[in-house]
Design a protein around this ligand. Structure first.
Ligand code: SAH
Ligand code: DHB
Ligand code: MG
Length: 206
């Protein structure tokens, strides 16, 4: 089903930027280790990482995933349904900075949050993730190394996304200064080159 989701995404013209299988499995393991019941994903694409995450949910769990692009969302919904996960995955279409306040208004925190959308908005996604957290929530953020470009304050993102490196750098500043989280970042070299992910544990009261 995971392979089929990637194939259907490629056939529908989606960019090949899903997490690697290794990172997908790591996300799956982290959700299981945590025993998470409520998972939030920011950036669905074709639903590949969504399927890895949703398969890891504890019984009775649910996953909310946010996607701005209606065409990608349509492809993702088909992939999620084909994987038998339509009942546990709820996809909200729209810019995440518009759908995150809606979720916050609903007032139910998430146990695990995966940030993987447009990197220039990572600072805002991190702030909203904190609002949607409780002590014990785990926040994972993808693509925090970018071939090492994050070391250069003036870098143009090596993969073309405008403002991505600056968004990731600002995200690190917020992460480092935030007393309510304890965090680290891991560099990875693999099928999709040199990149990495950050992982944060929410320790403090909101
Ligand atoms: N998590 C996916 C990959 C996501 S790629 C996986 O690993 O399988 C990044 C996604 O974020 C793209 O689908 C893109 O359309 C979406 N995106 C970009 N800007 C966004 C925004 N402002 N709000 C929500 N989603 C956005
Ligand atoms: C790219 C990779 C990602 O994992 C992502 O979320 C966005 C873009 C890239 O390689 O361009
Ligand atoms: Mg990513």
């Amino acid at each position: 089903m995971l392979e089929a989701a990637l194939q259907a995404s490629e056939a529908a013209g989606l960019p090949p930027i899903a997490v690697t299988a290794n990172l997908g499995k790591l996300l799956n393991l982290l959700v299981r280790v945590h025993g998470a019941r409520r998972v939030l994903e920011i950036g669905t694409l074709g639903g590949y990482s969504t399927i890895w995450l949703a398969r890891a949910l504890a019984p009775g769990g649910e996953l909310v995933t946010l996607e701005a692009n209606p065409h990608y969302a349509e492809v993702a919904l088909a992939n999620i349904a084909a994987a038998g996960l339509a009942d546990v995955v709820h996809l909200r279409v729209g810019p995440a900075l518009e759908t995150l306040p809606e979720l916050a208004g609903e007032g139910v925190p998430f146990d695990f949050i995966f940030i993987d959308a447009d990197k220039q908005n990572n600072p805002g996604y991190f702030e909203w993730s904190l609002k949607l957290s409780r002590p014990g929530t785990v926040i994972v953020c993808d693509n925090v190394v970018r071939d090492g470009a994050i070391l250069d304050p003036d870098a143009i993102d090596p993969r073309g996304a405008v403002g991505a490196v600056q968004g990731i750098r600002r995200f690190y500043e917020l992460l480092g200064a935030e007393p309510r989280v304890s965090a680290t970042a891991m560099q990875t070299v693999g099928a999709k080159g040199y990149d990495g992910f950050a992982i944060a544990l929410v320790t403090g009261q909101q």
